[in-house]
Design a protein around this ligand. Structure first.
Ligand code: ATP
Length: 254
């Protein structure tokens, strides 16, 4: 059979311990989502509705995708990433169909985490007639409500850098019932992320991670990753010139 474009992705497992910092966010997701799915029977017996979905908001590169993958790993679920801008099509009716299709794949692949990235784009759509955005939003709500009614093991996680663009009606029970801020890392958290990144890279013993963590205020996890990769490339270049193959880091943007 033809693979559909929106299909579940085989992901490298992401454990909670692979994510630096964000202890409070991890705990919220663990208790409000992972837990309710791991102990679904007990929740049913007690008549407690598990959380259907969580909206993660925060600047780019703070680990929202990583958190969604960790939820999938921890619940033994498939992972279906859906970039909302990719669903916006030129032809009439095709964008709604693309949304319906994504949810069909999620239902068929359950247990599944469907990760709706850049959710705000659907609320900020300004097409000529002004109807495309409205149609996509109502299709999205239709799918969320239908999924909720079917009680399938599908977890909805959504992410945005722009929460003020998002219509509050998506935050109804049964749709997305929680909204969580994923902030840029603080000093201790940056240190933790650097330590996690250093597991895969052979850093020079002279690297002072405390110092780097202190000097990288406002860096996100993605920025720290880019920093270590750039340092790695520099080391490779120097290695070709005959120096040792160790990576050292120079933080230039302070
Ligand atoms: P965007 O809003 O741009 O989609 P995002 O918040 O989803 O960004 P991720 O894609 O999860 O960010 O992060 C990018 C990369 O940065 C990750 O693959 C990971 O390598 C690294 N990273 C970000 N945050 C963390 C973190 N807290 N711990 C460890 N690595 C991190």
């Amino acid at each position: 059979a033809l693979r559909e474009k929106n299909d579940v992705k085989k992901i490298d497992p992401v454990r909670w311990s692979d994510i630096g910092g964000l202890d409070d966010v991890k705990q919220i997701l663990d208790e409000s989502v992972v837990w309710t799915y791991k102990h679904a029977d007990a929740f049913r017996r007690l008549g407690i509705q598990p959380s259907k979905g969580v909206l993660l908001f925060g600047p780019p590169g703070t680990g929202k995708t990583l958190l969604a993958k960790a939820v999938a790993t921890e619940t033994f679920a498939n992972f279906l990433p859906v970039s909302i801008p990719d669903l916006i099509k030129g032809e009439v009716g095709e964008s709604e169909k693309a949304i319906a299709n994504a949810f069909r794949v999620a239902a068929r692949s359950s247990p599944c985490v469907i990760f709706l990235d850049e959710l705000e784009t659907v609320f900020g759509l300004r097409d000529e007639s002004g109807t495309l955005g409205k149609k996509m939003i109502s299709q999205l709500f239709l799918e969320l409500d239908a999924l909720n009614a079917r009680q399938l093991p599908v977890i909805i996680l959504a992410a945005t850098n722009n929460p003020e663009m998002i219509d509050r009606t998506i935050l109804r029970p049964g749709r997305l019932d929680r909204i969580v801020y994923v902030r840029p890392p603080l000093y201790e958290e940056r240190l933790h992320i650097l330590q996690l990144l250093s597991v895969r890279t052979r850093f020079s013993n002279e690297i002072d991670f405390d110092d780097i963590a202190r000097k990288t205020e406002n860096y996100t996890g993605a920025d720290l990753k880019a920093l270590t990769q750039r340092a790695g490339l520099l080391a490779l270049k120097r290695c070709k010139e005959g120096a040792s193959a160790e990576v050292s880091i120079l933080v230039s943007r302070i």
